[in-house]
Design a protein around this ligand. Structure first.
Ligand code: ARG
Length: 416
C-alpha cells in the first residue's frame, strides 16, 4: 500500500531539510516539497536538487514573484498596510501565498497533510495554519520544528546522519526572512531592545551616514493606486519594486527597528529593511492626500489599521479582509498621477506630486494674486459651526456637591 503524503513548505535551509527525513521516520509519510520564489535570493534548481537529495519523493518549485506582487502587494499598498504603524508586513504577506501553493500541490498529489518549518513561538505558524484551514479544512497541518526537541547542534548531527548537506557558511546569530517587500532580521543581540542594531544586521541598505552626499530624485507614476512607471519607464510591478529596493537601499532608506507585538502575545524586537515599500507607501499616501477628500482619508486610515492587523494576524483568507479591500478599491480610481521622491541619507521624502484628479485649487489656496475664495462668507460659517460650543459654554456648570463637615462623604451610609 502506498504511504500517505505530506506537502512541506521547503526553503532549502537546515530546519526544513531536516524535516524531510523526520516526517518520513516519525510520521511514516512520503514528503513532497514546495518552494516558491517570492523575491528571496534562491536558486530554485539547487533547492529542488537538495530536496530530492534529502529524501523528498517529489520537489515542486515555482517563480511566484508576479503573483506575489499582483495579488498580495498591490492590495497591501492600496491599503497603505502597516502593522503598528511601522512594519510593511513583508513576511506576513508572503505566507498566505505559500499556503495556497501547499494546498494546490496537496490536492494534485493527493496528500492528507501539509507541513511547515515554523517554531511554536512565532506568527508564521499562525499564518500558515489559518490560511490552510480556510482553503482546505480537510487537510491536517504538521509542524515538525514545534514537535521535535532537537537543539541546533542535534539538528546538524541529525542532518549528517541523513546525508543532508549542511552549508559550511559562517553560523549567523540572526534569523532572517526575505522577499520583494522586505527583509526581516531577529535573534542574536537584537533580542536586547535597549541595544542599537549593529551595522552587520543590514544587507539591503547602506548606512545612512555612509550614503551618497548628493540626494537622488525619482518619479513614480501611479494609476488606480498602483505604481506603473519609474522615471518614465513602464515596468511590471515586481520589477519596479526590485529596482526601488536597490535605488532606495543605496541611500540607506527603509531601515525599521520595531518593538513588535506578536499574535501569540510575545513582545519581540525585529529589524526590517524595506526600501521599496517605504518609498511606495510614502508616495502613495502623498498622492491620496491630493486626490481624496478629508473624510474619506480619515475613514480609510481606520480601515487601513484594521487591514494591517488582519494581515499580521494570519487572516488573509477571511471575509473581513475581502470586505475591507472592497472599500479600499472604491477609493483608488482617482489615485492617478506622479510623485517625485527625494532619497537622501536614510530618508525618503516626497518632494512633489501632481494628478489630473487633484483637489488642490490654486485659486482657493493662494494668498497671492488670483484668490477666488469668498472670505466674507467665513464669518457666517464660523457663527454656525461654533453654535454648539457657544451653547455649551453658556450653560452654567452645576456646583460640585459639598460634603457636610460633621459627616464626611466617605463615611456616609445610605439608609433605607
Ligand atoms: N516578525 C515578522 C512577522 O511576524 C517577521 C518574522 C520573520 N522571520 C524572521 N526570521 N525574521 O511578520
Amino acid at each position: 500500500m502506498a504511504r500517505s503524503k505530506v506537502v512541506l513548505a521547503y526553503s532549502g535551509g537546515l530546519d526544513t531539510s531536516v524535516a524531510i527525513p523526520w516526517l518520513r521516520e516519525e510520521k511514516g509519510l512520503d514528503v513532497v516539497t514546495v518552494t516558491v520564489d517570492v523575491g528571496q535570493p534562491v536558486d530554485l534548481e539547487r533547492v529542488r536538487a537538495k530536496a530530492l537529495a534529502s529524501g523528498a519523493v517529489e520537489a515542486h518549485v515555482a517563480d511566484a514573484r508576479h503573483e506575489f506582487a499582483d495579488e498580495f502587494l498591490r492590495p497591501a499598498l492600496r491599503a497603505n498596510a502597516l502593522y503598528e504603524g511601522v512594519y510593511p508586513l513583508s513576511t506576513a504577506l508572503a505566507r498566505p501565498l505559500i499556503a495556497r501553493r501547499l494546498v494546490q500541490v496537496a490536492r494534485e498529489v493527493g496528500a492528507d497533510a501539509v507541513a511547515h518549518g515554523c517554531t511554536g513561538k512565532g506568527n508564521d505558524q499562525v499564518r500558515f495554519e489559518l490560511s490552510t484551514q480556510s482553503l482546505a479544512p480537510e487537510l491536517d497541518v504538521i509542524a515538525p520544528a514545534r514537535e521535535w526537541t532537537m537543539n541546533r547542534d542535534e539538528e546538524i548531527a541529525f542532518a549528517g546522519r541523513h546525508g543532508i548537506a549542511v552549508e559550511a557558511t559562517r553560523r549567523s546569530p540572526y534569523s532572517t526572512d526575505e522577499n520583494l517587500w522586505g527583509r526581516s532580521v531577529e535573534c542574536g543581540i537584537l533580542e536586547d531592545p535597549a541595544v542599537e542594531p549593529p551595522e552587520e544586521v543590514y544587507a539591503w541598505t547602506t548606512a545612512p551616514t555612509a550614503a551618497p552626499e548628493a540626494p537622488a530624485y525619482l518619479t513614480l507614476r501611479f494609476q488606480g493606486g498602483v505604481p506603473t512607471a519609474l522615471d518614465g519607464e513602464s515596468l511590471p510591478f515586481e520589477e519596479l519594486i526590485a529596482r526601488l529596493n536597490r535605488l532606495a537601499g543605496a541611500h540607506g532608506v527603509g531601515r525599521i527597528d520595531h518593538l513588535e507585538s506578536r499574535v501569540v502575545g510575545i513582545k519581540s524586537r525585529e529589524v526590517y529593511e524595506c526600501p521599496a515599500a517605504t518609498v511606495l507607501l510614502d508616495a502613495h499616501r502623498a498622492l491620496e492626500a491630493l486626490v481624496l477628500p478629508h473624510d474619506v482619508l480619515a475613514f480609510k486610515r481606520t480601515v487601513e489599521q484594521r487591514y494591517g492587523e488582519l494581515v499580521y494576524d494570519g487572516l488573509w483568507f477571511a471575509p473581513l479582509r475581502e470586505a475591507l479591500e472592497a472599500f479600499v478599491a472604491t477609493t483608488q480610481p482617482r489615485v492617478d498621477g506622479e510623485v517625485t521622491v527625494k532619497l537622501s541619507k536614510g530618508r525618503a521624502s516626497v518632494a512633489g506630486r501632481r494628478s489630473p484628479a487633484s483637489l488642490y485649487q490654486a485659486g482657493l489656496a493662494t494668498y497671492s494674486e488670483g484668490d477666488r475664495f469668498r472670505r466674507e462668507k467665513a464669518e457666517g460659517f464660523i457663527y454656525v459651526w461654533g453654535l454648539p460650543s457657544r451653547t455649551w459654554a453658556s450653560v452654567a456648570e452645576p456646583a460640585p456637591p459639598v460634603p457636610s463637615p460633621a459627616e464626611p462623604a466617605r463615611l456616609r451610609v445610605a439608609r433605607p
